[in-house]
Design a protein around this ligand. Sequence first.
Ligand code: NAD
Length: 362
Amino acid sequence: MRLYIIGAGVIGRTHAEAAKKLSEPIQLHVADTNPEAVTSFCKQFPEAIGFTKVEEMLSSEAAQNDDIVIISTPPMAHFDPTKLALESGRHVLCEKPLAMNSSQAQEMVRTADKHDRLIGCCSVRFKGMPHMEAVKKLIRSGCLGDIYHVTFVNKWERSRSGIEYQPASRWFLDSAKSGGGVLMDWGPYDFATLNDILNPNVIEINSAWMVKPVTEIDPVDTLFDVETHVGASMTFNCDNHPIHVQYERASCAHGEGYVKAEIEGTLGSLRWTPFDSRQPVYRRYDKQGHFVEEQVEVGPRSEYTIFDNPLLHFYRKVKGLESHANVNQQALNNFRCIRSLYTAAKTGQKQTVDIAQNGVTI
Ligand SMILES: NC(=O)c1ccc[n+]([C@@H]2O[C@H](COP(=O)([O-])OP(=O)(O)OC[C@H]3O[C@@H](n4cnc5c(N)ncnc54)[C@H](O)[C@@H]3O)[C@@H](O)[C@H]2O)c1
C-alpha cells in the first residue's frame, strides 16, 4: 500500500512510525516545502521517497484505490494539499483541526464526496481506547439511568503549544496560521470524545467565552493572538433528551489546574480521565441512601498508541473494516462544533449544530 505524508514535522514522523504497524508493507512518500525537513525525514525513514513539491509527489504515479495521503502541515496549510490529494484520486487523512474555518472544511468534504474518496480527521486519536469503550458500554447499559449532566474540564496551568510545548513551532500562537488557540488544538479531541460517548442529534452552545491569561514569558518576537483558556455551557440533545455539558479547556490559567470528566445520571455517575488511559474509571451509585464507588473493569491496553490510532482507524475504514475513524460528514460535524464555540464567544449568540447520524454507532 502507498502512503503519502505532506508535512515532515513532528507529527508527520509519528504517522510514518505508525505505518510500520499496519498489516501490510507500506511504500512511503513524503513532501515538505522545507528541503531540510525532507532530508532529515528521509534520514530517519530511509525507505521514504522525498519531495519538496506536493504536486510533484502526487503526480509522480497514478492513484491506486487504497492510496492514503496524510496532511500533517500546520492548519493554514491543510486546505490546499487536501484538495490536491483528493482531486488526484486519493483518500485523505487530515491532521486536526480539520481546517482554518467551516467554509474550508465544507469544501474539503464536498471535494471528497465528489471524487468518491474518504476524508478523515486525526481528532479520533483517543477513540476506541479501552477506557473510552468501557465508559460507552456503561452508558449504553442504562445503569446510570437518565443522563442529565456532564462535566468535561481539562485545565492545565502552563502547557501552551508554541511556548511550553514544542516551542520551535511558533505558528501555534498566530491565529492566521493556526486558526485559533487551545480550542483548535485540543477541541477536536474533546468533541470527538463527547460526540462519541453521548451521540447527540443536536448540540446547542448556549454561551461560550475565551481569553488569553498573561504570563511574564509571553513571546514578543512573534504574533501571539490566540486564546489559551476557553469554556462553554452546552446542551447535547440526544433523542430529544437534554444533557447539560459544562466544558472547559486551558493550556494556561492562573487558577488551579485540574482534570475532571464526570457523567451524572438519575441512577449513578461515571468518572474517568479521557486523555490518560492509565487512570481508572469509577462508577458511583446508591445503596440504602449511601453512595457506593466501584472501579469499572476496563479491557487490556492496546499495543497501539494515540499516535498510531488515527492512521490505524483510517486504514481500516479505507479497507472497509469496522473502524473508529470519523470521515466525511462526521469529521465535518465535529469541526463545526469547534467553530460554533468561537462564533458563540465572539457574538454572544447561542449556536446550534445539527449532527447527522450517519456513521455514528448508537
Ligand atoms: N506536534 C504535536 O504533538 C501534534 C499532535 C497532534 C496533532 N498535531 C497537528 O499536526 C499538524 C502539524 O503539526 P506539527 O507539530 O507536526 O508541526 P511542525 O511545525 O513540527 O511541522 C510542520 C511541517 O509542515 C511543513 N509545511 C508547512 N507548510 C507546508 C506546505 N504548504 N506544504 C508542505 N509542507 C509544509 C513545515 O515545513 C514543517 O516541516 C498540525 O495541524 C497540528 O495541530 C500536532
